[in-house]
Design a protein around this ligand. Structure first.
Ligand SMILES: Nc1ncnc2c1ncn2[C@@H]1O[C@H](COP(=O)(O)OP(=O)(O)OP(=O)(O)O)[C@@H](O)[C@H]1O
Length: 432
């Protein structure tokens, strides 16, 4: 009841604050929480003091465009911020930022500790917790703080639901050498990308686990490339499925990636289970509360975010890219899907039964109108049997399949022939 009243008051306050050119004065360790709807634009400018957006410092006097997003500008020492456009905002008085900074300290200490020990590994951080706990935001913060100290951690994104580095449906690893761009996010990094093809883990958990193993080998190789890479380690963001099979996948991810720092957000049971399982093996397991500012995102909002992420891939964040229509003859490509055909998610099978289909089996798909609106990953592989562990060169969006002329028309981010004949299909679709 009290929570409901608080929420209503907060909403009323947010409505009042939807004013053009509002100036906010933040005291130390406060944050300005904001929300900008889809297709609506606003700006944020730091006009005095210092502040950061999930670990990235704001430049004084620079106007940042914000759209389709929710977030917070935090200050350690106090600041003034000017907000304009259709931005709903309010000041968050209490934040868990000191505790979050404490996790950065643990990571930093680990880096210092292993500098003179070439056989030891730097921080291998994995952030786990339920949906909308603030995991992605914390991973951005930790990467931002690391880069500000000259480290270059690898960011591993194991959440195919949103696709923070490239498209939804992927899992990726990318070296981060500067704090994340406030307007463009992670889109400037050059990642190693695997196309899982689905936005939910339960469609093909075995494939997901196999892909984590491939990603882990890639990350290991990256950590061995230099002293700075070894010391910087990696930061993994996971998806919010934490019980049943979701928990098993988390355990598998922690073990496969050999995580040595586990950060559990907003869930006592998960913390207790993971602490019991891993603390005795020298792994640091820490729990963190969720920030009161984290927005709960409805399934509709999540779907819209996914769709806008795909749009961004082809058209650019500001609509400034010009994708090309490519026409591909059936004979020039081979399309594969995993799992031997369309599958029911695990959750849809009767309890205790298992799908008879080998989840890692590749089956060739003849081009047909059912693949219209699908996102196809173009693989770098030269051998089709390696398609599931090979980096993705890019994506195509199928707009037409002509069975008479035997041609596929697809949207591609750039012109010219596609770099490989091997394409991977999942269940990810986009209605432009
Ligand atoms: N302190 C904050 N103030 C305002 N918004 C915030 C704050 N922290 C996070 N958010 C926003 O809340 C939303 C959810 O946070 P985030 O994506 O970090 O959660 P998550 O646990 O990674 O979610 P999921 O696993 O369900 O994708 C995001 O839009 C994020 O920008």
């Amino acid at each position: 009841m009290e929570q409901q009243q608080n929420q209503t008051q907060q909403q009323q306050q947010q409505q009042q604050n939807k004013i053009e050119n509002q100036i906010y004065e933040l005291k130390k360790q406060q944050e300005l929480r904001f929300e900008v709807e889809f297709d609506v634009k606003g700006t944020i400018k730091l006009i005095e003091g210092s502040a950061e957006y999930f670990g990235t410092e704001l430049s004084l006097g620079k106007t940042y465009k914000v759209t389709s997003s929710k977030g917070a500008i935090f200050t350690w020492s106090g600041c003034k911020i000017e907000v304009s456009g259709n931005v709903v905002s309010y000041i968050g008085q209490e934040t868990p930022m000191l505790l979050y900074a404490g996790i950065h300290k643990i990571i930093d200490d680990k880096r210092t500790e292993i500098l003179d020990k070439p056989s030891e590994s730097g921080p291998r951080v994995i952030i786990v917790g339920p949906t909308d706990a603030g995991k992605s935001s914390l991973s951005k913060m930790l990467m931002g703080y690391s880069c500000r100290e000259g480290y270059q951690p690898v960011f591993v994104d194991l959440d195919p639901g949103q696709g923070s580095i490239t498209l939804p449906g992927t899992i990726c690893a990318s070296l981060i050498d500067k704090p994340i761009d406030i307007e463009e996010g992670l889109s400037n990094s050059v990642p190693f990308v695997l196309y899982y093809g689905h936005t939910s883990l339960d469609v093909n958990p075995s494939l997901f686990k196999a892909m984590i193993a491939s990603l882990a080998s890639n990350v290991e190789r990256r950590l061995e490339t230099s002293e700075i890479a070894r010391a910087s380690g990696f930061i993994v963001n996971t998806c919010g499925w934490i019980d049943g099979l979701g928990y098993q996948i988390l355990l598998d991810s922690i073990q496969t990636l050999k995580a040595n720092i586990i950060v559990v957000m907003d869930n006592e049971k998960l913390y207790s289970d993971l602490a019991n399982q891993f603390s005795s093996g020298g792994v640091v397991v820490k729990k963190l509360p969720k920030s009161g500012g984290v927005f709960l995102r409805s399934p509709v909002f999540r779907k819209k975010t996914r769709m806008s992420k795909i749009r961004e891939y082809f058209y650019g964040i500001n609509g400034d890219l010009c994708p090309h229509n490519v026409v591909i003859e059936f004979k020039d490509v081979v399309i594969y899907r995993t799992g031997g055909g369309p599958q029911a998610p695990m959750s849809a099978l009767p309890i205790g039964t298992q799908s008879q289909i080998d989840p890692l089996q590749l089956s060739e798909v003849s081009p047909n109108p059912d693949i219209i609106h699908s996102i196809l990953a173009i693989s770098y592989t030269k051998q089709p049997q390696n398609i599931l562990k090979s980096n993705v060169a890019g994506f195509l969006y199928v707009t037409e399949v002509n069975m008479e002329t035997k041609k596929i028309t697809a949207l591609a981010p750039c012109s010219g022939p596609i770099p490989s004949k091997y394409l991977l299909l999942g269940t990810l679709k986009w209605l432009e």
